[in-house]
Design a protein around this ligand. Structure first.
Ligand code: ADP
Length: 533
């Protein structure tokens, strides 16, 4: 018996690219090439080439569910792969080119990647990955002198039948960047991607629309460039890809030249941009009201303030590979639009509230914490674009018996219902039986006028079990003493939170996703307090 409700149309991403082609076909996709030139194409051409790629893959005997990997920068061909691989029933596996070749090989084998599309300029890396044991059946070089991709498209069989897609089919896979453990695979479905994409357009989340020009600085191998390529295709917004050039000058030139209205990247990217703008005021004619989505690690409040001063708006969001990634977005609630400036900045520096369809809860041993801005616990999340399991069933303990994913992040909630991350469970510092939240100390330090970046870690201590050490990079030409920085914290935090030591360094080690590499810092300072024993 049929019930008289609405049509049962599966949520599959072919609809995005078909619509972009048919109704917004002239909208531009701009990519910076390795020779620095700008390549321009349109959604119409992308759609046609993505379908050719799909037919070529079907011709190459890709079966539904097969993994097709990419080792590529952000550019138009990578966008073609984002659509072409799933159109063939395949699953796009975006490999993280910043990882060690051994790790890339492990991840490629764990995912079972059959075919690899690799940028010509990344071919030397590919050779190392193969030497490290990766087993691809076929490799296709994209671009420049060695190009094989154009031939693949040209030879695509016209009569290859593309499969009918179901919304529950897998469409892509990403691995966690392994900041706190071995990389684990997450598989996105058509449905999860479509729902995530729709919600990204809401003015309460990223507020993306057709009038935008979108530049994902975040790599397409880092949680699908946070979903921006799909969102751009859904709106028909112009897309700008920076290719391999992620230095501040190249990015600013592109932001200005292409009149980008919204860009996205990790805090380090925006730190560099802030410095470049301060060093050359008025040099870049940026689009008025340029928005920048920032996430991946905490956006320091000072950075948000500084960009307001520069006429640009940082929008802070939280997410994970496991959450597609949008899980929290920070916007000032309307009833506080005219509130005290200090409060508004504090709220914007928090991680925010969940978007529609995502549910979060902060729990400790006593259950859900009160929204008192004080009690902390672990952040749990669930929703249609939250992973239900890892590839290979690794770490099943990351899911609770009552259906939540454990993020491994420590958070608290304020009276406005805004979530603030205070640390990762793995990075918490235990001193004399009490916890110290490193992210809060870092944020405060980065509010000091002389500080560019700060990471706080715990080092083993004979008396207190662990004590915090702050590792600080000063802004160029600035000075600050250790005592001055400790005194700066002493007026803001309980006495026992103040780091025993502040180490001034040239640079803080980073992960492949641009986060502080705390595992390495902990190794460096492991014996710091040994002499006290
Ligand atoms: P990895 O777990 O290897 O770092 P992900 O890129 O999936 O890989 O990172 C997710 C984690 O990044 C989150 O669990 C959280 O700790 C951190 N993170 C992401 N966005 C933010 C943010 N806005 N503020 C603070 N931490 C963040």
């Amino acid at each position: 018996m049929t019930t008289a409700t609405m049509m049962d149309v599966p949520l599959t991403i072919d609809q995005l690219i078909d619509r972009a082609e048919r109704w917004m076909g002239d909208a531009e996709v701009v990519s910076r090439r390795p020779d620095r030139s700008l390549h321009r194409t349109t959604y119409r051409a992308i759609a046609q080439r993505a379908r050719r790629l799909a037919r070529a893959l079907v011709g190459a005997k890709i079966r539904p569910g097969d993994r097709v990997a990419t080792l590529m920068w952000n550019h138009a061909e990578h966008l073609e792969a984002y659509f072409g691989i799933p159109l063939a029933g395949g699953v796009t596996h975006t490999l993280n080119l910043r990882l060690h070749p051994d790790e890339i090989a492990y991840i490629a084998n764990d995912a079972g990647d059959r075919i690899l599309l690799v940028d010509d300029v990344l071919y030397p890396l590919y050779e190392k990955v193969v030497a490290s044991g990766a087993r691809f059946e076929r490799v296709v070089v994209v671009g420049c002198a060695r190009d094989q991709y154009e031939a693949l498209l040209a030879d695509a069989p016209d009569d290859a039948m593309l499969p009918t897609l179901a919304e529950t089919d897998a469409l892509g896979t990403c691995y966690t960047s392994g900041t706190t453990g071995k990389p684990k695979g997450v598989v996105y479905s058509h449905r999860s991607t479509m729902l995530h994409t729709i919600v990204m357009l809401s003015p309460d989340t990223l507020g993306l629309g057709r009038a935008d020009t979108i530049m994902p600085v975040v790599p397409m191998f880092h949680v699908n460039a946070w979903g921006l390529p799909f969102a751009a295709a859904m709106t028909g917004a112009k897309l700008v890809f920076p290719g391999p050039y992620l230095d501040a000058a190249s990015l600013l030139e592109l932001l200005a030249g292409e009149r980008v209205t919204i860009a996205a990247g990790v805090p380090t990217i925006w730190l560099g941009i802030r410095e470049a703008l301060d060093a050359a005021p008025g040099r870049y004619a940026l689009a008025p009201g340029l928005r920048m989505v920032v996430g991946g690690s905490a956006a320091p409040e000072q950075l948000i303030r500084d960009f307001d001063r520069l006429g640009m708006t940082l929008l802070h969001a939280w997410g994970m590979t496991e959450t597609s990634p949008i899980g929290l977005v920070s916007r000032v609630p309307p009833q506080l639009a005219d509130a005290d400036e200090a409060l508004r900045y504090q709220l914007r520096a928090k991680q925010g509230v969940p978007p529609p369809l995502v549910d979060v809860v902060v729990r400790n041993e006593a259950g859900e914490v009160a929204h008192d801005d004080r009690t902390s616990g672990e952040l749990l999340v669930r929703g249609p674009w939250v992973s239900g399991a890892y590839v290979g069933g690794h770490s099943p303990d990351r899911w609770t018996a009552d259906g939540w994913f454990r993020t491994g992040d420590v958070a608290r909630v304020d009276a406005y219902g805004i979530v603030q991350l205070t640390d990762r469970v793995a990075d918490l510092i235990k001193s004399g039986g009490e916890w110290i939240a490193s992210v809060e100390l870092e944020n405060a330090l980065m509010g000091h006028p002389a500080v560019r970046e700060a990471a706080v870690i715990g080092a083993p201590h004979p008396k207190w079990s662990e004590r915090p050490i702050a590792v600080v990079v000063l802004k160029p030409g600035q000075t600050a003493t250790t005592d001055e920085l400790r005194a700066f914290l002493a007026v803001r935090f309980p006495k026992f939170w103040v780091p025993d030591a502040v180490e001034l360094v040239e640079a803080i080690p980073r992960t492949s996703a641009g986060k502080f590499k705390k595992t390495e810092l902990r190794d460096t300072y492991r014996q710091y307090f040994d002499s006290l024993a």
